[in-house]
Ligand binder design. Structure first.
Ligand SMILES: NC(=O)c1ccc[n+]([C@@H]2O[C@H](COP(=O)([O-])OP(=O)(O)OC[C@H]3O[C@@H](n4cnc5c(N)ncnc54)[C@H](OP(=O)(O)O)[C@@H]3O)[C@@H](O)[C@H]2O)c1
Length: 356
């Protein structure tokens, strides 16, 4: 498709955002953009008239569309933030890049490796930025774990456990999250964040190479919707990660343990729900001699990281700063999830395809 003009390359004034998707998470994106210094929420695309009217009522000064192609034709945006059901990520991202705008794309980057590879190709060809919404990387808590690893507090990292117990997933608009053809698989929903974290923490162990996974469901008619999921990921230099999740529990509780040749880190986050503004969280660090409680000054949780993600993007556009999670990172996370699903299906270890 063709558009009238490309997005601006030099952004001295506020970064102009368009948002595609005004659902449960998209509305939080809108609020985060609206409150971020240096960002302007200029347009929202919603699918139904009801959502469009809600967006217009909440943000009277913006343009609202029901077709994202109409928004792109205006040609006055710097960044398009894409927060729609996962089966739509590929086509909308491709069209936005071709229209000359930078993209902030919610996870998962795509629902196939072919989609991710093609988006990386387009991102490189268009020289636009493509960030993927793995916001855990912006957390004061999960980021502190990374900082300690990078500083050598635990020696060489060898093992990472990322575990979540929570209540069931939301249905999503029209129930898309419970339709396997639209969601891809449930590993791409939440465990994908934990694969991303594990790979981030075990960076010194090289690329992830293989995965063995098990899963089951408590829904007899829908065995493909897995309530319990666990995987072991092997990395090329010998480290490994365990990613485990249950949706059959209560509230929202995440635990991370990373051990190395010289020490260990133990972090946890708990809330009545994932989007709470009142979580409890802690980090304990062991340097091989002493265990200490590490104070985390800045509150953490996905609502807070979402705001930091928007601020990160504004900084990246204005000051050519690096993205917290690149298209290549997003592709690795999808690759780990799809290989994990292959392992669940076959009962065998599955290879994780390398970046081409
Ligand atoms: N990073 C994270 O922590 C995180 C958290 C939650 C979700 N997500 C991701 O964010 C995405 C959206 O999730 P959600 O929970 O917000 O889903 P949701 O509540 O179902 O919202 C999806 C929205 O997309 C809209 N939509 C559907 N097709 C569209 C189209 N062609 N053009 C414009 N809008 C369209 C729907 O419109 P209507 O309202 O008009 O039906 C709905 O508002 C998913 O990819 C999900 O994986 C990420």
């Amino acid at each position: 498709m063709k558009f009238q003009r490309t997005g601006r390359d030099n952004v001295a004034e506020n970064v102009r955002f368009g948002l595609v998707g005004f659902g449960a998470w998209g509305q939080h994106h809108a609020a985060a953009i609206a409150k971020t210094e240096g960002a302007d929420l200029c347009a929202v695309v919603a699918r139904t008239e009801a959502s469009a009217q809600k967006a217009q009522a909440e943000y009277p000064g913006i343009r609202v569309y029901t077709d994202y192609r109409e928004m792109l034709k205006e040609g006055d945006l710097d960044v398009v933030d894409i927060v729609v059901p996962s089966d739509l990520h590929f086509q909308i991202t491709s069209d936005v890049l071709q229209a000359g705008c930078h993209v902030l794309l919610e996870k998962p980057m795509g629902i196939s490796i072919a989609q991710c590879d093609e988006l990386i190709r387009q991102q490189r060809a268009t020289q636009k930025m493509l960030a993927v919404g793995h916001e855990f990387r912006l957390s004061s808590l999960w980021g502190k774990v990374k900082q300690f690893i990078d500083e050598g507090l635990i020696g060489s990292p060898q093992y990472a456990l990322v575990e979540l117990s929570r209540n069931p997933y939301r249905l999503g608009a029209d129930g898309w999250r419970y339709d396997i053809n639209r969601v891809g698989n449930w590993i791409l929903e939440e465990p994908i964040h934990f694969f991303d974290l594990a790979r981030w923490y075990l960076e010194p162990c090289g690329d992830p190479v293989s995965v063995y996974a098990s899963a089951n469901s408590r829904q007899p008619d829908h065995p493909e919707l897995q309530d319990n999921f666990s995987a072991i990921v092997n990395f090329e230099k010998g480290g490994y990660a365990v990613v485990s999740q249950t949706l059959s529990a209560f509230e929202h509780h995440v635990t991370v343990k990373v051990t190395g040749t010289d020490g260990a880190l133990w972090a946890s986050w708990s809330g009545a729900m994932d989007r709470t503004r009142h979580p409890t969280f802690s980090l304990r660090a062991f340097d091989g001699e002493t265990v200490r409680d590490v104070p985390i000054e800045k509150i953490t949780g996905e609502l807070f990281e979402l705001e930091d993600q928007i601020a990160m993007y504004v900084d990246a556009v204005r000051n050519q700063k690096p993205l917290a999670c690149t298209a290549e990172d997003g592709r690795w996370s999808v690759a780990m999830c799809l290989s994990a699903q292959e392992s669940v299906d076959t009962g065998k270890v599955a290879a994780i395809p390398k970046l081409s």
